[in-house]
Design a binder for this molecule. Structure first.
Ligand code: F6R
Length: 608
């Protein structure tokens, strides 16, 4: 995903911009560029490939000056090339960097071409540069020009703008894509992620959707979406928030569970706008691929496999095309039959899992296209796939995956919507799903309030050696993930079953020593699950039920119930995951195991 850095200072800014770009490399990119204003001239350098190539070019051709913008580009409109790299200019006097997608760039481009503007790139961004120039020619100042331009743009974006006639001002705006202002002493900055600016400041101002800000070296002014002057608080970044530190948390795993509201925001940012999905977030070729797909084959390992299992329910229900899911270590070693118009979807937190990579390599020449959903942008899986969608969960240190899993689920829901749109999913349904996704950050925050009751519940497991997880429908894979978490970190043997399978064998195991954890569905399956739970109680099994707020399951002797807050049913797999993560965490703490580095396990399984 693209990254933006900008700076206005009394000292040369090229080095600050380059370091900022290096710190944004994790977002993934294919080219980099920078424009710096010096004595009435904007000097621009752009290079395809790594930030280091841009740094080398800067050595040869230094860019002096105290006002500049820089960018790492991840191609969406037009191939990776120097011409398509940012910053984009209109004439010699105005330069723009952009992160996000301008959905209506085609009609805007035609309009501008008819008025004589000549485009030198295939990007949507160049439209912004020329629109701004047209407004400036119409007599507006740069801020008014930016406001008028934003009013014409549909989609999600963050922008940085400089102009030769305003050599002491850096303009910025955001709607749907991340952008933060770094507040310095006698110098100010912008970036897509505060990590880019940590070498120069630890004070940040977060813009709201629709905000425009004007930065001078010693002053920052913000206007809201209505054009009113707005105050935005400045917060100090605590170094302990750094992803590689635990901060106030006892374990990385707990920290990562608590990070999930923010991660939900990160995975959605730049992917949805005005109630619908931005398909271009999957890459320029995605639309054509999604049109032709007739079935999906998902391949993954472990936790990522469980995310794939959830997606199978979504894809078959909302898209109406077949979806197969298989663990990579099996898939890679058998003669699989794949129709040519299959989309191969690989899921991996690390992007380096040996079995998943081998599965991709084994069949990539036999399918329509390959799509990787991954948390590490430059990973092998992403590099070797045709399309990719990053989960933006940030580094996950705890070996047991938590935020990486829920961010995969969100990415998979976005993928399902993208596919559905090409296969008859109605506009209303898309709006409904996107509206539900928008509630996720707040919802997960509410779910964290269950931590206390879940910690109490965990005491029932401390002396147990086995546990059974039950789920139905889309919550069956969630039960599988719950069982995996519990066994990984507490070393309690745990198995998950679709609840309907109980009487076909596992019921024989149920007695008072076998706690049964059920995630209760909210569709027509609830009554069936209740019957299964009766079967457990009748054998003296103790039940632990996670239920929706409106479900009529009451606590009683031997039945412990935790009700989740009200939430849209489509979010159940994501919402029900969080309490199960907390349960395994607290059981593991009680048992005194090494929560973050459980025995025998590695974070990235790069061998068979
Ligand atoms: C469990 C866990 C593993 C991984 C699996 C695949 O908590 O994290 O099961 O999901 O090893 O790894 P990735 O997702 O990196 O391909």
């Amino acid at each position: 995903m693209c990254g933006i850095v900008g700076a206005i200072a009394a000292r040369p800014v090229a080095g600050i911009l380059l370091e900022g770009l290096r710190r944004l490399e994790y977002r993934g990119y294919d080219s980099a560029g920078m424009a710096v204003l010096d004595q009435g001239t904007i000097n621009r350098l752009r290079r395809i490939g790594k930030v280091q190539a841009l740094a080398d070019a800067c050595e040869q051709q230094p860019l002096p000056g105290g006002l500049g913008i820089a960018h790492t580009r991840w191609a969406t409109h037009g191939k990776p090339s120097e011409q398509n790299a940012h910053p984009h200019m209109s004439g010699e006097g105005l330069a723009v960097v952009h992160n996000g997608i301008i959905e209506n760039f085609e009609p805007l481009k035609q309009e501008l071409q008819q008025q004589g503007y000549v485009f030198t790139s295939e990007t949507d961004t160049e439209v912004v540069a020329h629109l701004l120039d047209r407004e400036l020619q119409g007599g507006f100042d740069l801020r008014a020009a930016l406001r008028n331009t934003l009013a014409r743009l549909a989609g999600a974006f963050a922008l940085g703008v400089i102009h030769v006639d305003q050599p002491h001002q850096l303009l910025t705006a955001r709607k749907g894509s991340p952008l933060v202002i770094g507040v310095g002493i006698g110098e100010n900055f912008i970036a897509s992620d505060q990590l880019a600016l940590l070498p120069v400041t630890d004070r940040f101002m977060y813009l709201e959707d629709g905000d425009i800000a004007l930065l001078e070296a010693d002053h920052i002014q913000v206007w809201d979406a209505q054009g009113q002057v707005a105050e935005r608080a400045v917060t100090t970044f605590e170094r302990s928030q750094g992803s590689a530190e635990k901060g106030e948390f006892r374990h990385f795993m707990l920290k990562e569970i608590y990070e999930q509201p923010r991660v939900m925001q990160a995975v959605l940012e730049g992917r949805i706008a005005s109630g619908h999905l931005l398909e271009q977030a999957f890459g320029a070729a995605a639309g054509a691929v999604f049109d032709q797909v007739k079935q999906v084959q998902i391949v993954a390992c472990g936790t990522s496999f469980h995310a794939g299992m959830v997606a199978k329910y979504w894809i078959e229900e909302w898209v109406g095309i077949p979806c197969m899911v298989e663990v990579a270590s099996e898939f890679r070693y058998r003669p699989v039959v794949l129709p040519r118009d299959t989309l191969l979807l690989t899921l991996s937190q690390s992007g380096e899992t040996a079995d998943t990579l081998a599965a991709l390599r084994a069949v990539q020449d036999r399918v329509l296209a390959t799509l990787a959903i991954c948390n590490v942008p430059g990973s092998s899986l992403v590099r070797e796939s045709d399309l990719s969608l990053m989960t933006n969960a940030g580094p996950e240190i705890g070996v047991a995956s938590t935020k990486a899993f829920t961010s995969q689920l969100v990415a998979l829901m976005l993928t399902t919507i993208a596919l559905g749109r090409r296969h008859g999913l109605s506009g209303e349904r898309e709006t409904e799903l996107v509206a539900a996704l928008e509630q996720l950050p707040g919802l997960l925050q509410q779910l964290l309030a269950l931590d206390g009751p879940i910690e109490e519940m965990s005491a029932h497991f401390a002396e147990k050696h086995h546990a059974l997880f039950l789920g139905r429908n889309v919550l069956y894979p969630v039960a599988m993930e719950g069982a995996l978490k519990l066994k990984e970190i507490s070393y309690i043997h745990a198995e998950a079953y679709p609840a309907g399978e109980l009487k076909h064998g596992p019921l024989a195991l149920v007695d008072k020593e076998m706690p049964v954890i059920a995630v209760a569905p909210r569709n027509g399956m609830l009554d069936k699950l209740k019957a299964n739970l009766q079967e457990v109680r009748a054998r003296g099994g103790e039940l632990f039920v996670f239920a929706g707020c409106d479900q009529s399951i009451q606590a009683q002797e031997g039945v412990h119930v935790i009700h989740l807050p009200a939430l849209p049913a489509v979010l159940d797999p994501i919402a029900f995951t969080l309490p199960l993560q907390l349960l395994s965490y607290h059981v593991a703490v009680l048992k005194g195991t090494d929560v973050d580095q459980p025995r025998n396990l590695a974070k990235s399984v790069t061998v068979e």
